[in-house]
Design a protein around this ligand. Structure first.
Ligand code: MN
Length: 259
């Protein structure tokens, strides 16, 4: 269990997967800076959405100091958090890792592809309480950053009261509605939503066939108690996620297969 502390005492590391120049990162930084003891931003140089928990092993990484307290890493979200904790903040590691605010929800099976969630996973593996924060967004419209901006400080401050179990991170999704239309905050389970339902096929300028994975998802928005169902009702969804992916009931079933 991590020690509980107030946000006002916390040294906070902020990262993301949309990159160092992403608007959601700036929203999060602006809200958290006045609320926390110290904020350090370490984020990928370029967008890394759907990078998942990938680590760069076959080329060197560079840290570029953008301005005081802000750094860009030419790698993945996981690289950014690892270098932040083990290099940039090595003398006093962060008390809290915040990842986001992502442009687009991380709901259902999105969490297995998400670089936003992966940055929080890396913080968790390094022993820091961590949250992934996402603004649900219709791909065809501008993101409602005002909603996340209005609610994120309160949500993060209140989550600091949690006695954080080891190997658990918190996944927060803000619904795609104006801030004043948000109807509540609920604790949810990971729902069901699979990306990659549409793959476009075309010819490149050299006449070779290509395939391009689209954003369409197959989702179940009606299963009560899930992240997807909550945001579809205009609620802020808070889901605890475990780094231990073991499915306990199947251990017993496997025991019967391999006695
Ligand atoms: Mn992203």
């Amino acid at each position: 269990m991590a020690k509980r502390m107030e946000l006002a005492e916390a040294r906070v590391l902020i990262s993301n997967d949309d990159g160092i120049n992403a608007p959601g990162l700036k929203v999060l930084e602006r809200v958290i800076r006045p609320l926390a003891a110290e904020v350090t931003v370490v984020a990928p140089e370029t967008e890394q959405s759907a990078a998942s928990h990938s680590l760069t092993l076959r080329r060197p990484l560079r840290i570029r100091k953008v301005s005081p307290g802000r750094y860009a890493v030419n790698g993945t979200p996981t690289d950014s958090v690892l270098l932040a904790v083990n290099q940039i903040m090595k003398d006093s590691p962060p008390d809290l890792v915040l990842s986001g605010i992502n442009r687009g929800g991380n709901l259902g099976e999105d969490v297995t592809y998400s670089g936003t969630v992966a940055a929080a996973m890396e913080g968790t593996l390094l022993g820091c309480p961590a949250m992934a924060l996402s603004q649900v967004t219709d791909d065809n419209r501008a993101a409602r950053w005002g909603t996340a901006r209005h609610w994120v400080g309160d949500v993060v401050s209140r989550l600091m009261a949690l006695t954080w179990p080891r190997n658990v991170l918190i996944n927060v999704n803000f619904p795609d509605l104006p801030a004043r239309s948000v109807t509540g905050i609920e604790i949810t389970r990971q729902g069901r939503r699979k990306i990659g339902g549409s793959v476009a096929e075309g010819k490149d300028p050299r006449g070779q066939t290509y395939f391009w994975i689209g954003a369409q998802r197959v989702e179940d928005r009606f299963r009560p108690g899930t992240d997807l169902e909550a945001v579809s009702r205009g609620v802020i969804s808070i889901t605890p996620l475990s780094m231990d992916l073991t499915h306990a009931p199947t251990i017993k079933a496997l025991g019967a297969v391999f006695p």
